[in-house]
Design a binder for this molecule. Structure first.
Ligand code: SF4
Length: 283
């Protein structure tokens, strides 16, 4: 089975995917990648920790108190995640304090938004503690694993909003991304990933209301619409990856020099002699 994340990697550069997965060249982590993985982990851990916070609310509280609770939770998660990743951050020479300062404004914005949403829900439904958590809808599932033998695809959805609906399991998948966002819409590789998750969820009998790619650096969720072209593109890309992994053909250097200039495998990729030697072992 092909991992959904590889669809996006293939779309970025088939040659890079070949170098990493067929020639097994190790990718040296870059600062942006390491920071991105920390931001990702903060998001996941904060979502998981939210259940305890919600269950701990036993009486009506005002929105200012609720914001403080969320702020504390998110600040603790951010600090702890940064500390847990200190050796990775040291490798790319990122200071722990600087990273906290850089990430905090966006994390804070999310704390405020979550607190206000929960406050609205409590005011409307007048429920607290365990009952509040049970009734709260949508619930967020982090790192949701999904696969389909029919589609020959598998993947882990960053966040799944699950709506409380007794007749049908209704969900909205979110793919979280760090780094720059396009002016409008989503990057093509991200669209492929979101499309593949919709197909996988539908195969698993979910009703998928819609899908989003959330660009964490600008705190914006961009909509992805499923259509027959996207479905075809997902399947074609999957087949191209299967072919790439089975074959011995090295894809050409991509024609986007911007991609190459920021690529962590550039040195090896552009070194013809080195690549030729590596290819010999495949034949
Ligand atoms: S240097 Fe360019 S062609 Fe080579 S793997 Fe990186 S992005 Fe692809």
């Amino acid at each position: 089975m092909i991992a959904v994340s590889l669809l996006s990697s293939y779309d970025y550069c088939p040659r890079k995917l070949f170098l990493e997965h067929v020639l097994k060249l190790a990718v040296v982590p870059r600062e942006a990648v390491v920071k991105g993985s920390v931001r990702h982990a903060v998001h996941e851990r904060a979502s998981k920790a939210e259940a305890e916070l919600v269950k701990s609310i036993k009486n009506e509280i005002n929105h200012v108190e609720l914001i403080e609770k969320y702020k504390k939770l998110h600040s603790d998660v951010l600090k702890d995640t940064i500390v847990r990743n200190k050796s990775k951050l040291a490798e790319v020479k990122v200071s722990l304090t600087e990273l906290f300062k850089e990430a905090w404004p966006r994390v804070l914005q999310e704390s405020q938004q979550k607190a206000l949403n929960l406050h609205e829900f409590m005011k409307k439904n007048k429920v607290f503690g365990e009952e509040l958590w049970k009734m709260l809808s949508p619930k967020i599932e982090s790192e949701y694993y999904v696969e389909s033998e029919d589609l020959m695809l598998k993947g882990v959805i960053d966040q799944l909003e699950v709506y409380d609906n007794k007749l049908v399991k209704e969900v909205v998948p979110y793919e979280l991304k760090t780094g720059s966002a396009p002016k409008t819409g989503v990057w093509p590789g991200h669209k492929l990933q979101a499309g593949a998750y919709i197909m996988l969820l539908e195969k698993n009998r979910f009703f998928v209301r819609e899908a989003f790619v959330k660009y964490l650096d600008i705190n914006e969720a961009r909509h992805v619409m499923m259509n027959p072209f996207l479905e075809k593109h997902v399947l074609q890309t999957r087949d191209s990856i299967i072919e790439l992994f089975q074959g011995k053909d090295l894809p050409l250097i991509c024609d986007n020099k911007k991609k190459c200039s920021s690529c962590s495998l550039k040195e090896q990729c552009w070194n013809e002699k080195f690549i030729k030697e590596k290819m010999v072992f495949l034949s």
